[in-house]
Design a binder for this molecule. Structure first.
Ligand code: MTE
Ligand code: MO
Length: 299
């Protein structure tokens, strides 16, 4: 059953890729706005007009391939995605080294048009294809003692210049509380625009947690561990004061060095006005996960 969420868009609402790629012409007036095909109010249209494939593929963060926004697109062709295996271990009924195709076989691939908000205050709207993480976890059998899920990115020093230069402590690691991981908004993306993920976007499989800052969406995953302790995460290890375990998008809690109240939509143009950042990035259905928690303390 496809999960329905706030501002839900169905497959029928998604504009054909040709229209996305030609959207400047379309918006210039040769075709009516109706051709954009996104349901909802004018502001919802603004908020969910997808970025072009070109933008999604050339403006990246993937520190294993360098720290510049264009470095991953330049360098990630070196990523070796052949014979991809994902180790599943910890508090699961069926641990093992799974060939990716075996891990995902029988699970349904969903289309998810999500806002994506980097902690650096830029954002995009991305049409992902992916599998609900809950489906994968249910397939391997989560034990009742598990409380968290830890994730790990592949390390290929020969292919990754950022790993050789030690720009972070690799492997890149991330984690979610189990209820966050099981939430139907949380997906493992394998595609964008009905095409396989480009290497720089985290091929062959990366996490997408749309209500959290982008760094939680760890790329090129080779290990998933069920655990009963909060796992370490890369950006918190690098700077504990600036990057918390939860890192839910929250316009009222500023980063120590910049405001999180607004964001720049990539592709909006140099002089486009910034737009307001939405609580939980505009996915209020997750609020109940944090009831009773002080979100300025558990940031
Ligand atoms: N392994 C790994 N995963 C990563 C990162 C990274 O450097 N390494 N960067 C994160 C950050 S900060 C963001 S904003 C997103 C960017 O995803 P994109 O390049 O596909 O837009 O990936 C996240 N996942
Ligand atoms: Mo980010």
């Amino acid at each position: 059953m496809a999960y329905r969420w706030t501002n839900d868009l169905t497959r029928a609402d998604i504009t054909p890729k040709s229209a996305y790629l030609n959207r400047r012409q379309i918006l210039a007036g040769t075709v009516g706005l109706g051709a954009i095909g996104i349901a909802g109010s004018a502001s919802a249209q603004d908020a969910l007009e997808p970025n072009t494939l070109e933008e999604i593929r050339t403006y990246n963060n993937y520190y294993e391939f360098g720290v510049g926004k264009n470095d991953p697109a330049q360098n990630a062709h070196q990523l070796d995605t052949s014979n991809w295996t994902v180790k599943i271990d910890g508090l699961v009924d069926n641990p093992g080294d799974y060939a990716l195709a075996d891990l995902l076989s029988g699970l349904s691939v969903e289309d998810r048009l999500y806002r994506f908000r980097c902690v650096e205050a830029w954002s995009m709207v991305i049409p992902w294809n992916g599998i609900e993480l809950a489906d994968i976890l249910n397939k391997v059998g989560v034990q009742s003692s598990a409380k968290y899920v830890a994730f790990e990115t592949v390390v290929q020093p020969d292919n990754m210049i950022g790993v050789r230069n030690r720009v972070l402590d690799f492997p890149y690691v991330e984690g979610l509380r189990l209820d966050e991981a099981m939430h139907p908004l949380t997906i493992m993306a394998t595609g964008i625009y009905d095409e396989p993920l480009a290497n720089q976007n985290g091929a062959p499989m990366r996490l997408v947690v749309p209500w959290k800052y982008g760094f939680k969406s760890i790329k090129s995953i080779v290990r998933i561990t069920l655990t009963d302790e909060e796992p370490p995460i890369s950006w918190n290890k690098a700077n504990r004061r600036e990057y918390g375990f939860y890192s839910n998008v929250n316009p009222t809690v500023d980063h120590p060095r910049w405001s999180q109240a607004t964001e720049r939509r990539v592709g909006g143009g140099l002089f486009a006005s910034r737009q307001d950042t939405l609580m939980f990035n505009g996915y209020p259905e997750v609020a109940s996960l944090y009831e009773g928690m002080d979100l300025s303390e558990f940031f």
